[in-house]
Design a protein around this ligand. Structure first.
Ligand code: BGC
Length: 854
């Protein structure tokens, strides 16, 4: 429960960040995050530009919500409790109108744009086939500030531009198949240690330019839901944080969908409702008598007038609008939920928390379609070839191959032997925790390489050494083979599980289980050693990279069920490698700009200052001239490319430092359906229907007792500024205007083209990258602002085109609270990694502006 002092302190520190110092004395000025913005299309406040899918969805949502009673509205906002129904999260439904409770399930597992989109579509189709309404992914928080971060593998890497593109493509893919996506975890959920209590101190500029950036792309892509995270931001938990949810997400980014809490990340009734939370998951966990922060406690708070009815109505309209935007059919035709998140058996309880209603809970509907081929293609094309001395790869039917290492093997006990993959045994093909799924099967590298040598008319002989702990035996096997392929791995995951003392976050950047000694022994014995890595992020590779007997290094990430076959495709040249590293490989942990905070001076109040600001990953390495073993964006192919002919064309449109902003005010907060009378004495209307039998510990929306209000612990309304309950028209923010922010930010100001020629003897795919130096001391050497995929035959030349938007060349101005093109000279770089730059040119200033040089 929030007490007055920390809450005020939190918001004071927040306002100092926003406004430099806190001079104003009017409490409403000190709380820039209130009131919680009501959805723009929901009636009177149509000042935000919305695409037709939101507008149509809102019309349906409004018509639906206008028919609901207060408890029915609350029922849609509140989870029924942990394990109370079949999905990992379940809301109450509206049985009277034939709407079953919504089903929420995890699944962020997973490049490039086409494959990003196809992967999203495949995920969406599988979730839809299971009867799931809301998929709990994709992930851009963690972004990957610290390379050891436990959940980095669920996301897309520490560059915000790359993460933003991946979020948008994935979301559009998922939602095109009738499943609401959820951009999570909002925001700054960068580590697992202390994840529920860590107080992240961040400045406004870093928030915008780094961590909020990919969420802006998610909102612009039309994401239906966002999950607030476990951590605190500048003193206040994410799910009660008016700055992050109300001000940044719903106001500035004009997010029109709903915000759900991470499981148990809500801590107050009033604080969360007024700060913009719309749905609580898993719904239980609050104080007695409701044992939920919402449910009956929210009904009570609305009846008391502590939470204005417009806020509740806005929650429900947002939930139903996201639903109708994505589920285009009638809601009565929702697919049935045909599985249980809680058991692999056919028969079990529908409500495991109370062990009630034993029935068929798993119908084992096969939703895999032909996705195996896509998984294999993504696996192969995502492999990053880090070293390939004298074009050693692809392998050309060597006389003998020795496969060495535990990470090449079938996991003993099967691929799902450990719940949520919480162990380290056999090949690693996904991380651990809630982001996992059960493997339908898992093709290990050893199996696939053996299969290849048997079926491809070669005479290659094959040996397999399974243990990492006997370097002498490994060396012996390597010595007797013409090629030795040695495997090394590490894993990471969620802090609900711990492996070998790694509680989610990795304890260091070494490969696990004696891997360094194993690689050294193998490379000491065989001059044609290939190292294959399955890791969630970087491991320390400088010794391996420098070893003259290591002919090739491949990073295969976490490739999923087709792991072995995807690797074989690249090793033997069926697929030309083209993956690029989405992070930098440093020579030591200390070379990175940020580390996990493993222990806090005050463990009860762990504070973490993101003092490196925007200088994460390659930006830090460049600023501090740290050597990169392999830089961000790096990856070899089986051919060579030449870059030429960089051209920049300034487009028309709005020029000058700022985009055109809409001025004026929103409409007032709308309400739907019967208006609840504050302080209504007729509490019976909010009690369960006569004869209704409660099942404990299921969470309900009704009051607990007709004797009067009983809930304690929801918070005291006097702690909140009046603005928190103010439903009158609100001024528009200059940075806002449409989902994703001011549409002017996405206007293309420049077109950049370059030619790329394949100068080698084989076909190959280049991934050219565009970096922009925004200029001035505060900015990194360069930031990624474009990439493409170009397939080229030998001798062929193609032109690549990058479009630079206003946002791409702007910085966040903390004073004007707007994106601004500064007058610092800006330079463009085009290359094949952040270190391998082939072309550069100064960007002409927008019309009417001149660069201040020096
Ligand atoms: C995780 C979320 C997940 C939820 C439901 C939480 O512990 O942080 O990412 O969606 O559990 O499994």
């Amino acid at each position: 429960m929030a007490t007055t002092i920390p809450f005020l302190l939190a918001l004071l520190s927040l306002s100092s960040i926003l406004f430099g110092t806190t001079k104003a004395t009017d409490p409403d000025v000190l709380f820039p995050g209130y009131p919680s913005p009501w959805a723009a299309a929901s009636g009177a406040s149509n000042t935000t530009i919305l695409d037709p899918s939101w507008a149509a969805a809102y019309a349906r949502a409004v018509a639906f919500v206008a028919n609901l009673t207060l408890p029915e509205k609350v029922n849609l906002t509140t989870g029924t409790g942990w394990q109370s129904d079949r999905c990992i999260g379940n809301t109450g439904g509206v049985p009277r109108l034939g709407l079953r409770g919504l089903c929420l399930m995890d699944g962020p597992l997973g490049v490039r744009r086409r494959l990003m989109r196809l992967r999203g579509e495949a995920l969406g189709a599988e979730f839809r086939g299971k009867g799931i309404d809301i998929m709990l992914g994709p992930v851009a928080g963690p972004l990957g500030r610290a390379p050891e971060g436990g959940r980095n593998w669920e996301a897309f890497g520490p560059d915000p531009y790359l993460a933003g593109v991946a979020m948008a493509e994935t979301i559009q893919g998922i939602q095109s198949r009738g499943v609401v996506a959820c951009a999570k975890h909002f925001i700054l959920n960068e580590q697992e240690h202390y994840r529920g209590s860590v107080d992240v101190r961040i400045d406004d500029r870093t928030m915008h330019e780094l961590y909020l950036w990919p969420f802006a792309d998610a909102v612009r892509a039309g994401v239906g839901s966002v999950m607030c995270s476990y951590n605190k931001i500048n003193g206040t938990h994410a799910c009660e944080n008016a700055w992050t949810t109300n001000y940044l997400l719903k106001n500035e980014l004009a997010f029109q969908g709903f915000v759900m809490s991470d499981w148990g990340a809500q801590h107050t009734t009033l604080g969360s409702a007024l700060a913009g939370l719309d749905m609580t998951m898993s719904g239980d966990g609050g104080p007695p008598p409701y044992r939920s922060w919402w449910g009956g406690a929210l009904t009570e708070a609305v009846l008391k007038g502590d939470v204005p009815q417009w806020r509740l109505d806005d929650m429900v309209v947002r939930i139903m609008a996201a639903y109708f935007k994505v589920h285009t059919g009638e809601y009565e035709a929702q697919p049935d939920i045909n599985f249980s998140a809680w058991t692999n058996k056919t028969v079990g309880p529908l409500h495991p928390s109370s062990n009630q209603s034993i029935t068929t809970v798993n119908e084992f509907v096969d939703v895999q379609d032909d996705h195996a081929a896509l998984i294999r293609e993504i696996g192969a094309k995502s492999i990053v070839l880090l070293k390939n001395t004298d074009n050693f790869l692809p392998l050309r039917d060597p006389p003998s191959i020795a496969v060495i290492g535990n990470d090449a093997q079938d996991p003993p006990g099967g691929p799902n032997a450990c719940p949520e993959r919480g162990c380290f045994s056999g090949t690693v093909a996904m991380g651990y925790g809630s982001g996992t799924a059960n493997f339908p099967y898992l093709i290990s590298p050893a199996t696939a390489i053996l299969e290849h040598t048997r079926h491809s008319n070669t005479t290659t002989t094959f040996t397999n050494t399974t243990s990492n702990w006997d370097p002498a035996a490994a060396a012996e096997a390597a010595r007797n083979a013409s090629v030795a392929i040695v495997f090394a791995a590490a894993t990471a995951g969620e802090a609900i599980l711990s492996i070998d003392g790694n509680a989610g976050d990795r304890n260091n950047l070494s490969a696990w289980d004696n891997a360094a000694a194993l690689i050294a022994a193998v490379a000491g014995a065989n001059a044609h050693t290939v190292v294959v890595l399955h890791t969630p992020g970087p491991v320390l590779l400088d010794a391996v990279a420098a070893h003259e007997n290591v002919s090739a290094i491949l990073w295969a990430g976490f490739p999923g069920q087709e792991s072995g076959r995807a690797l074989v495709d690249v090793l033997f040249g069926c697929v030309s490698p083209q993956g690029r590293s989405p992070f930098t490989w440093g020579a030591s942990e200390a070379d990175y700009g940020a580390q996990v905070m493993y222990s806090a001076p005050d463990p009860k109040n762990p504070v973490q200052v993101f003092g490196e600001g925007v200088l994460v990953d390659y930006r830090w390495f460049q600023r501090h001239a740290r050597g990169m073993v392999f830089p961000f964006g790096f990856g070899l192919t089986y051919t060579r490319f030449r870059y030429s002919d960089l051209k920049i064309v300034r487009k028309g449109g709005v020029q000058g430092p700022y985009p055109v902003a809409k001025e004026g005010v929103t409409g007032p907060a709308p309400m739907y359906g019967g208006v609840v009378e504050v302080g209504d004495a007729a509490l019976e209307g909010y009690m369960p229907p006569d004869g209704f039998k409660r099942i404990s510990p299921y969470v309900y929306p009704w009051l607990n007792s007709s004797q009067g209000f009983v809930a304690g612990g929801q918070g005291n309304i006097s702690e909140f500024p009046a603005a928190a309950r103010n439903g009158s028209a609100q001024p528009l923010l200059p940075a806002s205007g449409a989902p994703g922010g001011n549409p002017g930010l996405y206007e293309v100001l420049y077109t950049v083209t370059a030619s790329i020629t394949n100068e080698g003897d084989v076909a190959g795919t280049e991934i050219p990258q565009l970096y922009v130096q925004l200029g001035g001391e505060d900015n990194p050497w360069g930031v990624l602002r474009g990439f493409d995929e170009v397939e080229l035959q030998p001798g062929e030349t193609k032109t690549v085109t990058f479009e630079l938007t206003r946002r791409d060349i702007s910085n966040w101005n903390t004073t004007t609270q707007n994106w601004q093109i500064t007058d610092r000279e800006k330079v463009l770089f085009v290359g094949s990694s952040v270190r391998d730059i082939h072309l550069n040119a100064s960007l002409p200033a927008p019309e009417g502006m001149a660069w201040h040089v020096g």
